[in-house]
Design a binder for this molecule. Structure first.
Ligand code: AN7
Length: 363
């Protein structure tokens, strides 16, 4: 019988609020692969899987929460949405707003978002403004705009976003048959760690007020990783000038800070920092040893489990799921550098089979 994945609202309707279901705007998000990563299992001594969120319609995990946020706004008759973004939220908001026939306003830090994401927001017709400031400044402005004007805010401070993003946890449990021991992921504005933790708790029957039967017998330890130059939760104070090559998580004052701490502490987990060098090493291992191409921020979770394994802090044989949050094609320049930072060169040859075979060292 013909069947295709219907998007997260239809697939998880009974676990999502009714108000996001009045006018469903979907691009078929979710249903992303959970890929075994034997190379990472070998490096960590654990049993590692990747939740490959670059397979979503706009190539990042943001689509899970955008279908619910835009559907909710559409159900209330909203005409204009706004978001602040380090790039992926803007790409997703622009696509879903277009599908809903809405106007999408986007505030991004000037010169600090990856070209692929900028292209997506523009291609989908967003009213994009490059703001003289960082992401945190953009979010303050977006919140004020939504308070003072008839505009809906679709950042993850909007609870409808968290509802959609929690489906990532549902899919992990549906694929594995139960929750993993550890769930690792990058942390920026801290919406995703909040959402996964909510999803895992709900599937384990730990949320008050649900009459649905539990699907999982347990919840994982949540391991969040920030970039060392943008690690406010690790440091315990906001970072006024966050820096990292992982522009997606270049965030100094996360909106869901307290929720991230709750997820860390109630799950028995941790939130730690990884350096840009560790991020780039993990990025390279993912592309050259696993076969999964991600953007730098998305490699932070993998960098984290590798760092903890090196410190002997990864339990042998633990089942670990790492969310890799966005596709490598968003920010492809990082593939074109070698480990020592020099530019990758490619060979030129004549269209002659012998010359080509020689160049490939097949002779
Ligand atoms: C690839 O797009 O904040 O901790 O404005 O794009 O839920 O913020 C992006 C964040 C991880 C961090 N990986 O997730 C935005 C934005 C990628 C991201 C994160 C982001 P949160």
């Amino acid at each position: 019988m013909a069947h295709q994945w219907r998007g997260v609202i239809a697939e998880y309707a009974e676990r999502l609020p009714e108000h996001v279901q009045r006018r469903v705007i979907t691009l078929g998000e979710g249903g992303t692969p959970l890929v075994p990563a034997p190379a990472l299992s070998a490096l960590t001594g654990a049993d590692v899987f990747l939740k490959v969120e670059g397979m979503n319609p706009t190539a990042s995990f943001k689509d899970r929460g955008m279908t619910t946020a835009i559907s909710s706004a559409a159900g209330r008759g909203a005409k204009v949405v706004v978001c602040a973004s380090t790039g992926n939220t803007s790409a997703s908001a622009a696509a879903y707003a277009t599908a809903a026939g809405m106007i999408c306003a986007v505030l991004v830090p000037d010169g600090k978002i990856a070209m692929g994401k900028l292209s997506q927001a523009i291609a989908h017709g967003a009213r994009l403004l490059q703001v003289d400031g960082n992401f945190d400044d953009c979010l303050v402005a977006a919140r004020k705009l939504a308070e003072a004007y008839p505009v809906e805010l679709v950042n993850s401070v909007n609870p409808d976003r968290i509802e959609g993003q929690k489906t990532g946890a549902f899919e992990v449990v549906d694929a594995l048959g139960d929750a993993p021991d550890i769930h690792a992921l990058p942390v920026g504005n801290a919406g995703n760690i909040t959402a996964y933790w909510k999803g895992y708790r709900e599937y384990a029957g730990l949320d008050a007020g649900s009459s649905l039967p539990p699907v999982a017998t347990r919840t994982p330890a949540m391991w969040g990783f920030q970039a060392a130059g943008s690690a406010p939760i690790v440091l315990g104070h906001p970072v006024t000038e966050p820096e990292t090559i992982a522009t997606a998580i270049r965030i100094g004052n996360p909106a869901s800070w307290q929720q991230a701490i709750d997820a860390r502490d109630t799950s028995g987990g941790l939130i730690e920092a990884v350096t840009d060098e560790q991020i780039l090493v993990a990025h390279r291992i993912l592309s050259s040893q696993v076969g999964v191409f991600v953007e730098p921020a998305s490699a932070a979770g993998v960098a984290g489990i590798l760092a903890l394994a090196a410190q002997g802090r990864v339990p042998a044989g633990a089942r670990i799921v790492v969310t890799v949050t966005g596709h490598g094609l968003k920010d492809p320049q990082w593939a074109l550098r070698t480990a020592d930072g020099s530019e990758v060169t490619t060979m030129r040859v004549s269209a002659d089979v012998v010359a080509i075979a020689d160049a490939l060292e097949l002779g």
